[in-house]
Design a protein around this ligand. Structure first.
Ligand code: SF4
Length: 900
């Protein structure tokens, strides 16, 4: 964060661009194009709180990584030429092969106005529905489950319900990492007695804090939740009046449940759980009317994601726990504007504004748009879309604000598809994504701090995103780029907006158009906002009535189905799409880490956010590590039928035996062997098209590095050529940390040294210990460290946290010069792994505080400052506390758990 005392030039109230919580942010610009960031007290999502990612927004706003000018085939061009070229490419493909030969792949990073413009162009003017959003990868299953149960994609609850509930069930939802500010809100409720149950194969930070953790076997959630419904029926814990008055399908559900053995013993066995834990879950759910069941990627990212969502919703419908304060099933989205995409029609499976492809809706939307065409049927969903690019059915793809070369399952096939596609157009704010490598046309888009429009968060709350800076270089708003191209294609009339408020009013009017209360998605009076009203617009939850927004849906028991009744539908529990085998005996699960976002294109710019987990890794249980002869902290090769990666091994009992976990964030820009999504099987849910990111059969073996090292430099450098090396890079204060390792001849290490240390510009000191195989080299320039190289062919490398601290200093101290050659700090202790990213506090300091008597998170915060800013690391501090106290005294541990 920038120094608040500097000359601030502008301040806006805006919205965080990362997760679906949608926190309000106050951003104050500095002349250096950074910003002072703080949580907006008045925003109903966060009431002033922010997590580590939101807090670090100011460090991501520089121009160094931006795409600043349009390019065609690598050459800078004028905007007019770029727009004409894109229009010509699309037009010629449509004329020769029809509208379904083009596709848009868009993103939950787009604002609602951008989404609306892209959807209108594709579905109303080009006449295809081949527009899909990367939200397909996050919550498409929840969308279908909502539509089946409620008649439309409607999120029943609001964040306040999370505080009012007496029980929160986290189903495949590691809120501590993925939605930290909601976790902070629930922690307050937990302090008042709220109970937490976590259903997750991994002992995540959320599970760690829960009263009950159910570490179920991969893809057995449907079995567990169907079992709960059967148990509730058997124990008379359902609401028969509610079922009679408001729900259909209950009798059929009883029949469907009877097809399986619903005894808790059978369920526990199928799910790999302790039967007492299953019974405890069922009993607690049954006896707690105020229950919220949160579900997120762990439920959605599955070949039976819809079935999981439906199974959760069924239990709420059967007990009438919906539409009431503190009671609802609650799908939480991953992206800041995934909801905006769902609403406007950014998904290939929806036409627009919650209308589908039936003849009445198609005619209505076309009438509203007065468009020359209208898509006749749903378009290709993300995985199918890139398959169609791969096999040549799609000949032009326009990718907006996302990075499918990294984020899609079987991402190597997506790379092949893009490499062979004759027309790849990419609108991006960042200049160096993996996907841009394949772009024939690059269109510079505005970034978060320049964009102006609206987003919708997970509780249906529409908030304004406001521009802090002028556009970087020649960057344009996404909606404007789309409108420019549309007009260049000859569609003059439908795209003559002058400002985002024009688009918002049009979208709001579409939600009201021929509605008469039949479609819940209605923005009502927002269609009449003046430009000034739009500028000053406060957060509001849709549906928007004359009197304002609506926090909770279905309070009157009326749903958006034809008969107004909700629908229970029991899906069969099928287990994983593909079973593990002798060749691939482990289950690879993928997910997110606390301080990174998507493919790191922005969070990867903030050194503070790269300290907690600086490298790609795979987690595995100690039993598996033993069986496959893998050591904690060493490199390991992970393989599936689709790809492989080489990453750091983390051996932990938090991982279920037989399962692996890898984070999804690293791209080739940061770690070319560290990508996990190329390994993910592209199996999708047949109803939602959402891929099964949470289970791919896999195997592991030690990489057996013979040498490893790291290189600190002011610039980002490429891996040396002529040697097979595993290469990762991390931004640090004042430069980059490059980690590397090889499993070939030790002589390769010398080759790497030669490449990296050639052309020294300053004073050099070096040290070589042939006996231990250590090499240390440092270069000073202008009184500070300029480059540092450390290589070890045996033994350990110096502490990175210490050395990066020395590297960040403007002037090198004498004692640090000596320490550099010794390879360790001469005084003080190593920081250990960074736990608190905001304050830069490592494990060592926290453990020391515990040894000195700190027995709760607050005391540790007082002693070390860890956890005293955004609080995202509090769960991890709690775990360190618990582990430390468990070692010394079981009694003390119990007390600490209670206190925490
Ligand atoms: Fe941003 Fe964090 Fe809030 Fe999510 S929880 S919106 S990442 S500040």
């Amino acid at each position: 964060m920038a120094d608040g005392a500097r000359n601030l030039v502008r301040s806006v109230e805006t919205t965080c661009p990362y997760c679906g919580v949608g926190c309000g942010v106050r951003a104050q610009a500095t002349p250096e194009r950074t910003a002072c960031i703080s949580g907006l007290e008045s925003h109903p999502a966060n009431f002033g709180r922010l997590c580590s990612k939101g807090m670090a927004l100011g460090a991501t706003l520089g121009l160094q990584s931006r795409l600043l000018h349009p390019e065609i085939n690598g050459k800078r061009v004028y905007w007019d030429d770029a727009v004409a070229d894109v229009a010509r490419r699309l037009r010629s493909v449509i004329d020769a092969h029809g509208p379904d030969a083009v596709a848009f792949y868009v993103s939950g990073q787009l604002l609602t106005e951008d989404y609306y413009a892209a959807n209108k162009l594709m579905k109303g003017y080009i006449g295809s529905a081949n527009i899909d959003t990367n939200s397909r990868l996050c919550m498409a299953s929840a969308v279908v489950a909502h539509k089946q149960a409620f008649g439309a994609d409607l999120v029943p609850g609001c964040y306040e319900d999370l505080e009012l509930a007496d029980l929160v069930v986290f189903s495949g939802h590691n809120a501590a990492f993925t939605h930290p500010v909601l976790m902070r809100r629930m922690e307050s409720a937990k302090g008042r007695g709220q109970k937490w149950i976590a259903i997750d194969p991994r002992r995540t930070d959320t599970a760690e804090s829960a009263d009950l953790h159910l570490p179920l076997a991969p893809q057995t959630d449907v079995r567990l939740w169907n079992g709960l419904l059967a148990w509730l029926i058997e124990h008379g814990a359902i609401d028969r009046d509610y079922l009679r008055d408001h729900v259909s399908g209950f009798d059929a559900a009883i029949g469907a449940l009877a097809r399986d053995d619903q005894s808790t013993q059978a369920i526990a066995q199928d799910c790999g759980l302790d039967v007492h834990a299953v019974e405890a879950f069922y009993a607690l759910f049954a006896e707690t009317p105020k229950t919220v069941s949160l579900f997120s990627m762990g439920a959605n990212q599955s070949a039976q994601g819809v079935a999981k969502g439906a199974a959760i919703i069924n239990c709420h419908l059967a007990t009438g726990r919906i539409g009431k304060p503190g009671a609802c099933p609650f799908s939480i989205t991953g992206q800041p504007n995934a909801m905006g995409g769902r609403e406007t029609g950014g998904m290939a499976s929806t036409l627009a504004a919650h209308m589908d492809f039936d003849a009445v809706s198609r005619r209505r939307v076309q009438r509203f748009w007065n468009s020359p065409s209208i898509a006749r049927k749903p378009g290709l969903k993300a995985v199918d879309m890139f398959d169609a690019v791969h096999d040549g059915r799609i000949k032009a793809v326009w990718i907006m604000a996302t990075n499918p070369a990294v984020s899609m399952p079987n991402a190597n096939k997506v790379r092949e598809a893009l490499a062979n596609c004759p027309n790849v157009i990419v609108s991006e704010c960042v200049g160096n994504t993996d996907t841009l490598e394949f772009a024939h046309v690059k269109l510079p888009a505005m970034g978060w701090s320049e964009k102006d429009g609206t987003v919708t968060n997970s509780e249906r709350c529409i908030s304004r995103q406001r521009a802090l800076f002028d556009p970087a270089g020649e960057a344009r708003a996404d909606w404007r780029i789309i409108a420019n191209v549309a007009r260049a294609m000859g569609y003059e009339e439908g795209f003559d907006w002058r400002r985002p408020a024009d688009i918002f009013r049009e979208y709001a009017a579409l939600t009201n158009f021929e509605n008469a209360g039949r479609r819940f998605l209605s923005l009502g009076p927002l269609a009449r906002l003046t430009d000034q009203d739009y500028e000053a617009m406060k957060p509001v939850q849709w549906p928007v009535k004359q009197a304002g927004g609506v926090a909770r849906l279905f309070a009157d028991g009326r749903f958006q189905t034809k008969d107004g009744r909700a629908r229970i539908e029991v899906h069969a529990a099928k287990g994983p799409a593909r079973k593990i085998s002798k060749a691939f005996p482990l289950s690879l699960n993928t997910g997110r880490i606390r301080d990174q976002w998507h493919t790191m294109t922005r969070t990867g710019l903030a050194p503070d956010l790269c300290r907690h987990e600086p490298e790609p890794f795979v987690e595995m249980h100690p039993d598996d590590a033993r069986a496959f002869e893998i050591d904690d902290g060493r490199l390991v090769r992970v393989e599936t039928d689709f790809g492989e990666a080489v990453v750091l091994a983390k051996v932990t009992t938090a991982q279920r035996p037989g399962s692996l976990f890898m984070p999804m964030h690293w791209s080739r820009v940061f770690a070319d062997a560290g990508l996990c999504n190329p390994m993910v099987e592209p199996k999708v849910d047949p109803l939602s098209g959402q891929p099964e990111f949470k289970h791919t059969p896999a195997r592991v073996r030690a990489y057996a590095e013979t040498w490893r090292g790291f290189f600190l430099a002011r610039d980002c450098v490429a891996a040396p050529v002529g040697v097979d090396v595993v290469w990762r890079r991390t931004p640090i204060d004042g430069g980059y940390l490059h980690e590397f390792a090889g499993d070939g001849a030790v002589a390769d290490a010398d080759h790497v040294k030669l490449c990296l240390t050639s052309a020294a510009a300053g004073e050099v000191i070096s040290f070589s210990d042939p006996l231990r195989g250590n090499k240390r080299w440092a270069e000073y320039l202008d009184g500070r460290l300029n480059r540092v190289l450390m290589i070890a062919t045996s033994g350990t490398l110096p502490d990175r946290a210490w050395l990066t601290g020395v590297f960040a200093q403007d002037t090198l101290k004498i004692e640090d010069r000596t320490a550099l050659l010794a390879g360790r700090a001469l005084k003080g202790e190593p920081l250990g792994r960074i736990v608190c990213a905001c304050m830069g506090i490592g494990e060592t300091a926290i453990q020391k505080a515990i040894q000195c008597g700190a027995q709760d998170v607050e005391a540790i915060g007082a002693a070390t400052r860890a956890g005293t800013n955004c609080g995202s690391c509090k769960t991890e501090i709690r775990r360190l506390l618990k582990d430390a106290l468990a070692e010394t005294s079981p009694t003390l541990e119990k007390e600490a758990r209670y206190a925490a």
